[in-house]
Design a protein. Structure first.
Length: 81
């Protein structure tokens, strides 16, 4: 059975390591899917496509620190002493 037209792109799944995806989302927030789409368009040399800008190491560090602060201890798992 065909999927009904919604005007939205169909979902395509890819496998990404859980921690890599969590960190990527923390750095890009709601923009993560758009960054992936931009990269794919650039990779395929689509007209007008540009390589997405990478955040600086400082921006990544800050985003990950903020994400870690927002997590509760239960989400981070056991802490070593």
């Amino acid at each position: 059975m065909a999927r009904p037209r919604t005007g939205q792109m169909p979902i395509a799944e890819i496998r990404v390591a859980k921690q890599d995806w969590a960190d990527f989302r923390a750095v890009n927030l709601r923009r993560a899917p758009a960054v992936i789409r931009e990269f794919i368009r650039w990779y395929l040399r689509r007209p007008g496509a540009k390589l997405p800008q990478r955040p600086s190491p400082e921006e990544i560090e800050k985003a990950l620190a903020t994400a870690n602060e927002a997590e509760g201890p239960a989400e981070r798992g056991p802490q070593s002493e």
